[in-house]
Design a protein around this ligand. Structure first.
Ligand code: FMN
Length: 163
């Protein structure tokens, strides 16, 4: 079976801390676990970056669904490449956290346009996302709906469903 990595960015429709992210995560955790997909969703006040890893057919099929989801707009594919079968996100079918886009010079311009990202920069964003995920898996996050270290998929789902 062939595996790929995929990274995209988009503009959230709803404000930060709106319940819609919790709904997205609930769907993502359940669906992805069933399809062998793992990944991480990063959010700022006005951007999403999502990293996905998994079987090529599953990740590509998910991306086709994602791009028509009205909970975000202007979905832009940044990276899609063959990957080893082992995921950098371990068993996290979907992690989630906030990130600071100024740190990576990823903030939008005043007119809302996003900085162009070359494939080389996209790889750097991917690497930063993987490092953030590794850190969250070890040390956690202060974001209330982020997954906690050692938290099982089931416990995480229950917690974000009750929140
Ligand atoms: C930013 C964002 C990230 C998403 N991530 C995932 C994901 O990782 N996995 C998933 O199955 N759906 C994800 N979704 C939801 C999909 O767009 C779609 O609603 C869902 O896959 C449909 O699932 P269904 O075919 O089971 O109804 C995401 C949506 C948004 C807006």
């Amino acid at each position: 079976m062939e595996y790929i990595y995929l990274l995209y960015r988009s503009i959230p429709t709803f404000a930060d801390f709106d319940d819609s992210d919790r709904e997205i995560l609930k769907t993502a955790v359940v669906n992805n676990a069933a399809r062998g997909i793992t990944g991480y969703l990063w959010r700022t006040g006005d951007q999403f970056f999502q990293a996905l890893h998994g079987p090529m057919a599953e990740v590509d099929a998910l991306y086709q669904k994602l791009i028509i989801d009205p909970r975000h707009q202007d979905v832009e594919l940044l990276l899609r490449a063959f990957a080893p079968a082992t995921s950098p996100f371990k068993n996290w079918s979907m992690g989630y956290d906030h990130f600071i886009d100024t740190e990576l010079d990823l903030m939008p311009e005043l007119d809302g346009s996003r900085p162009a990202l070359s494939p080389e920069r996209a790889v750097k964003v991917w690497d930063a996302l993987v490092r953030a995920a590794e850190s969250a898996m070890r040390f956690g996050s202060i974001q209330p709906i982020a997954r906690a270290p050692q938290e099982s998929e089931r416990a995480y789902l229950e917690r974000i469903s009750d929140a």
